[in-house]
Design a protein around this ligand. Structure first.
Ligand code: ZN
Length: 275
């Protein structure tokens, strides 16, 4: 799950569960907590959910009493709403029941984080304390993006994946972002021209906004168990090795870039600048 999926989920949760009191909680994998289950339960039961907001790959669930519940789905999770007396999913690891007997379950693929923090201590959190900018925030301008890139030396893909720079981008959407901007993932930041930075700013926002508009990835579920509509028809070169580039028909390649895989058109995205 990347920014589009979590933005959609966060908005739906905010609408559905804000203002409701947590009346009961089940946690089958207490390892995801940052404290013992007993302590967690003692603090959280009886608290009212004030709002839910997506920040990068995290959901910030604000509670009364100046607490924030932080959720990160790790490799993926289904966070599914249920109605009072409604059917629950077959498998789930966590369950939140609210005052009106509605609630939600969470089924996690691999691991997740569910950390309860006092609001004034958020900046001390190892992972969310230094979260970078939201790339689809309307206040995130091209100038903001340029300022983040200034004086940076590494390669552009590693920069975009680093949650401290920009929060919410993973190895799925980044492929087409770089392709649209005609930038090879291993290009260094100082080698990028003004025109290329502009193109990347534009493609980053358009790819993420388009997927958010379509409800996120086809393979992920929203709060009501509905799959998103962004999939192979929307992908340009991502996950299409061996297929022709939609622009120049050169064969799309899958290459290794550090610890991640990248999909590129070697002609449209040369290692040296063509702008
Ligand atoms: Zn091409």
């Amino acid at each position: 799950m990347e920014l589009p999926e979590l933005t959609v989920l966060g908005e739906q949760m905010n609408k559905e569960i804000s203002g409701k009191r947590i009346s009961e909680i089940e946690v089958a994998n207490p390892k995801c907590l940052n404290m013992t289950f007993d302590r967690f339960k003692k603090i959280i039961v009886g608290k009212t959910i004030k709002s839910v907001e997506c920040k990068g790959k995290w959901l910030f669930i604000e509670l009364d009493g100046s607490y924030v519940l932080l959720f990160n789905p790790g490799m993926g999770a289904d966070v599914i709403h249920f109605n009072a007396g409604g059917k629950l999913p077959e498998k789930y690891r966590l369950k939140f029941t609210l005052g009106d007997k509605t609630g939600f379950t969470i089924h996690v693929w691999w691991f997740c984080y569910l950390h309860l923090m006092q609001s004034h201590k958020l900046s001390e959190h190892k992972l969310v304390g230094k979260l970078g900018a939201n790339p689809i925030d309307r206040n995130f301008t091209l100038d903001n993006f340029k300022r983040l890139l200034a004086r940076k030396k590494g390669n552009i893909k590693a920069f975009l994946l680093d949650q401290k720079n920009i929060a919410g981008i993973g190895n799925v959407y980044i492929q087409d972002m770089l392709f649209y901007a005609k930038i090879h993932p291993q290009r260094t930041i100082p080698s990028l021209s003004e025109k290329e930075i502009q193109a990347l700013y534009k493609s980053m926002r358009s790819v993420l906004n388009e997927s958010t508009r379509l409800g996120g990835l086809k393979y992920e579920k929203d709060f009501y168990g509905k799959n998103g509509r962004y999939g192979p028809e929307q992908f340009k070169i991502a996950y299409k090795p061996g297929k022709p580039c939609p622009v120049c028909h050169t064969t799309i390649e899958k290459i290794k870039t550090g610890s991640t895989s990248s999909f590129i058109c070697p002609k449209c995205q040369p290692l040296t600048s063509n702008a």
